[in-house]
Design a protein around this ligand. Structure first.
Ligand code: ADP
Length: 254
C-alpha cells in the first residue's frame, strides 16, 4: 500500500541571475513510496530534494501537481498531514534553559499529546541525558534527540534531512541502528543523504534528482546493475557512488 503519492510536483523560485524570472526548483516530479519503506532522496546540492520534502511536509506551497500523504491531499489539508508526520531538520535550535525531558513535554503539548519522555529517550538511547540541556550533547546525541522530538506525535512517516552529516563513524552507526529499529516498528522513513554507503545500507529504494527532475529510481541493487560503471579489472559490480556520478556528472559536494 502506498503512503506517499506525488504527481508532477512543481515548485518555482525566482531565478538567482534574474529575479524577475522564475525557474523550476522542482520540475514535474512523480513518485510513490510504499508503507514501511526506507526511501532515499539523493542528488547534488541544489537538485531540489529539500524543496520536494518541504512541499510534502506542508512547509512550502505547491506550485503545480499534487502530493498525498496517507491519502491526505497536502494542498487541501496541510495541518492534517502535519499530525501524522515527523520532521527532523538538519539543524535544530532549542530553548536553552530546558532539559531534554522538558523539551519533549513541550513538543508533545504542541500536538496536544501527553508524551512519555523516558520512553522516547529510551528509544533514541538518551535516558541518561534526561536532565541535560541540548547544548551539552555530542553531535550524534543531538541528532538522536532531534529524532526523539520528531517522534512525539507517533508519526506514520518520518522525514530525515541528512541525518548523519558531520557525525563520526560510531555515532553514524548508532543512528543507522536507530533508523532500522524505527523502520522495524512499521514506520515509513523518507530521507535525504549525501552518503552513498548510508543510502545503500538503509534504503529499500532510492530516487536520484538533478536540476529539479527525478532522473532514476529503484532499489540500490537495481540502480547499481543498471548504471554503475563496472571496473574492468574487477568481477564485482560498482557501487552507488558510481551510479550517482554516472547520472549526475558532479562530485558529491560541488
Ligand atoms: P537540495 O535540497 O537538493 O540541495 P533545494 O531544494 O534546497 O536543493 O534547492 C533547489 C533549488 O531551489 C536551488 O537552486 C536553491 O537555490 C533554490 N531554492 C531553494 N529554496 C529557495 C528559496 N526559498 N528561495 C529561492 N530559491 C530557493
Amino acid at each position: 500500500m502506498s503512503v506517499i503519492q506525488i504527481n508532477n510536483l512543481t515548485k518555482k523560485y525566482p531565478s538567482p541571475d534574474n529575479p524577475s524570472e522564475y525557474f523550476n526548483a522542482v520540475d514535474g516530479v512523480s513518485l510513490t513510496i510504499e508503507a514501511g519503506e526506507v526511501y532515499g532522496l539523493l542528488g547534488p546540492n541544489g537538485a531540489g530534494k529539500t524543496t520536494t520534502l518541504e512541499m510534502l511536509e506542508g512547509l512550502c506551497d505547491i506550485d503545480g501537481g499534487s502530493a498525498f500523504v496517507d491519502q491526505i491531499d497536502v494542498q487541501k489539508n496541510p495541518y492534517k498531514v502535519k499530525q501524522i508526520i515527523g520532521v527532523q531538520l538538519q539543524a535544530n535550535e532549542y530553548f536553552d534553559n530546558l532539559s531534554l525531558t522538558e523539551l519533549l513535554k513541550l513538543f508533545g503539548g504542541l500536538y496536544r499529546r501527553k508524551v512519555d519522555p523516558e520512553a522516547l529517550l529510551a528509544h533514541v538511547d538518551l535516558v541518561e541525558k534526561a536532565r541535560a540541556k541540548p547544548e551539552s550533547l555530542s553531535g550524534g546525541q543531538k541528532q538522536r534527540f532531534s529524532i526523539a522530538c520528531a517522534l512525539v506525535n507517533d508519526p506514520k512517516v518520518l522525514f530525515l534531512d541528512e541525518p548523519t552529516t558531520g557525525l563520526d563513524p560510531r555515532a553514524k552507526h548508532n543512528l543507522w541502528d536507530l533508523v532500522r529499529s524505527l523502520n522495524e516498528t512499521g514506520m515509513t522513513i523518507v530521507m535525504t543523504t549525501h552518503n552513498m554507503e548510508e543510502a545503500e545500507i538503509l534504503c529499500n529504494r532510492i530516487a536520484i534528482m538533478d536540476h529539479g527532475k527525478l532522473i532514476a529510481q529503484g532499489s540500490p541493487q537495481e540502480l547499481i546493475l543498471k548504471y554503475a560503471p563496472e571496473p574492468p579489472e574487477k568481477v564485482l559490480h560498482g557501487n552507488l557512488e558510481g551510479v550517482f556520478l554516472a547520472l549526475t556528472g558532479h562530485g558529491l559536494r560541488d
